[in-house]
Design a protein around this ligand. Sequence first.
Ligand SMILES: Cc1cn([C@H]2C[C@H](O)[C@@H](COP(=O)(O)OP(=O)(O)OP(=O)(O)O)O2)c(=O)[nH]c1=O
Length: 200
Amino acid sequence: MQSIILASASPRRAELLTQIGVPFHTRPVDIDETPLGNEPPSVYVERLAREKAVAGAADPGEIVIGSDTSVVLGGDILGKPMNVADAEAMLGRLSGCTHQVMTAIALATGGQCLTRLVITEVTFRDLCPEEIRAYVASGEPMDKAGSYGIQGLGGIFVKEIRGSYSAVVGLPLQETATLLAQAGYPVWKVWQRSLESHNE
Ligand SMILES: Cc1cn([C@H]2C[C@H](O)[C@@H](COP(=O)(O)OP(=O)(O)OP(=O)(O)O)O2)c(=O)[nH]c1=O
């Protein structure tokens, strides 16, 4: 089977890929994440996922996974906050509203690039200014799209989620496994092999 490379510096993505039993190496890449003029959010996240996967591609025997997550509110892309004030402003906008979390994944392998876009709807309850300040002071929002982490303290803001939890955290597991299978790497075969080598 091919070797898997995760073209990402995100600890959440590494944890999610570990969760499904896929052995991999990380190869973080640095790309320009500035949206193009009038670029729709869905096109933007898919382009970034593809650019990350392609930037991480080196060896034809590898499958390189790139991913991008953006929070989208009323058509606006809310990326990672620039500072505390930015994080507080984003959370103020998300309070009491439903937003979309768009996560794209891309698999670069053998000169081709397979992509998937996953859109999840997340509804926040009303947040008060004091709790927004306390949350931002915790530091958790600073490296996360939309300034929150559903998997962390930010979980208490989420009233409803419609779609993929793992996609909100950064890597949609079902779609990742489907693309890996399309690239000739069914995840269940890895489970099977590790059982076989354990029993030898
Ligand atoms: C909405 C949300 C985002 N996030 C994270 C996932 C991503 O790591 C981050 C979005 O930023 P990204 O630019 O998608 O990813 P990244 O810079 O962290 O990592 P890389 O580009 O190297 O792959 O926000 C959460 O952890 N929880 C959440 O609930």
